[in-house]
Design a protein around this ligand. Structure first.
Ligand SMILES: O=C(O)CCC(=O)C(=O)O
Length: 341
């Protein structure tokens, strides 16, 4: 007997496969297919997402891994393998204080001049803009708009960085596509309210079928100013997590996460300014609610391709020679950005 749930799953597979066909021809994902991808992730405990990834992956491990030099250091093939293996196994990798203070400060100084997206009063969405004032916060997060960030020269240098690109390529086993550049401030504001928009309760991301994020702490992060948190190994296609994934694309209370994965698998990233956390945010993660001060963070995300979420194209004025060169040699990686001459 085929029950209703099985029929719904079958319809989702049809919508997904039709959408992949459209994407392969046009480069655009029908929203119906993207929603089907998210629903199937829950219905199949992650199996469908891995299935899509395997259709789009086109490099072997050996082809994908190469030595590189960049902001994360001079990484040999064996170091790249070590990083990649830990990412695959645990879902994260940390490089302590690897980005010079000057770069962190340049990003923060710039971000403090730009009106940032703030939350609605019910904390469910983002609406309206304000420049972040650490002494007088009016929102749980302040997200600096991407179209402003990508026109900053320091950020352009990070966008072009060969070591971030190389790690993304190794993990994704495909030519990585830069899908987002973000910076946000998380101050103490209504700390007893867990808002939806501020990503301060556990959740998984699902912008594409496979991606990797690089988080850079722009200030020192202690327990009190909102460390980023991750549940070790929760990025795997996980039978245990099926109950949680079935809830869909929603925020999950800490208790449910601990009961499923064990509190001992929660990693709180307490680290100094300049630390980079590389993470597969298909695993459960959140920002801890700050109780004192604020946290300031920069993030870049690379995906296997643009199948999934709808992406805006942004015009970009090239101030960094490194980014100009990178775009010339790796056009698919920077396909979201339209260069103005
Ligand atoms: O603020 C945080 O640490 C959480 C960030 C997050 O959920 C994300 O970038 O996907």
């Amino acid at each position: 007997m085929i029950n209703k749930a099985k029929i719904r799953t079958m319809i989702n597979w049809v919508d997904l496969i039709q959408g992949m066909y459209v994407f392969n021809r046009t480069g655009k994902t029908p929203n119906k297919a993207y929603q089907a991808m998210i629903r199937l992730h829950g219905q199949t405990g992650g199996f469908s997402t891995n299935w899509i990834t395997n259709r789009y992956r086109d490099l072997s491990q050996e082809q994908a891994i190469a030595a590189c030099s960049g902001i994360l250091g001079n990484l040999t093939v064996s170091e790249m393998n070590r990083i990649n293996n830990q990412l695959k196994s645990d879902g994260y990798y940390v490089l302590e204080q690897v980005v010079p203070e000057k770069i962190c400060d340049q990003i923060t100084t710039f971000a403090l001049t730009v009106p940032a997206l703030i939350e609605t009063n019910d904390h469910k969405n983002n609406e309206g803009y304000a420049i972040f004032d650490p002494d007088n916060p009016i929102s749980k997060t302040y997200k600096v708009p991407e179209n402003e960030l990508i026109n900053n020269v320091t950020i352009q240098e990070l966008m072009a960085d060969p070591s971030l690109y190389a790690i993304a390529k190794a993990y994704l086993r495909a030519e990585p596509v830069l899908t987002s550049v973000n910076t946000w401030f998380s101050p103490v504001f209504k700390p007893d309210v867990t808002g939806e928009a501020s990503a301060q309760s556990y959740h998984f991301d699902m912008p594409n079928c496979r991606w990797i994020k690089f988080f850079l702490y722009l200030n020192d992060v202690e327990k009190h100013n909102g460390p980023h948190c991750f549940i070790k190994k929760s990025h795997h296609q996980f039978k245990k997590a099926k109950r949680l994934l079935k809830r869909g694309y929603v925020r999950i209370p800490d208790e449910d996460i601990y009961n499923t994965f064990g509190k001992e698998n929660e990693v709180e990233f307490i680290a100094k300014k300049g630390t980079v956390i590389i993470e597969d945010t298909m695993g459960f993660h959140k920002g801890m609610i700050p109780r004192q001060g604020y946290r300031s963070i920069f993030e870049m995300s690379f995906a296997i391709n643009l199948f999934g979420n709808e992406y805006q194209q942004y015009p970009i004025k090239l101030h960094s020679p490194q980014l100009r060169e990178a775009i010339k040699h790796k056009a698919p990686t920077y396909q979201r950005y339209q260069c103005e001459t």
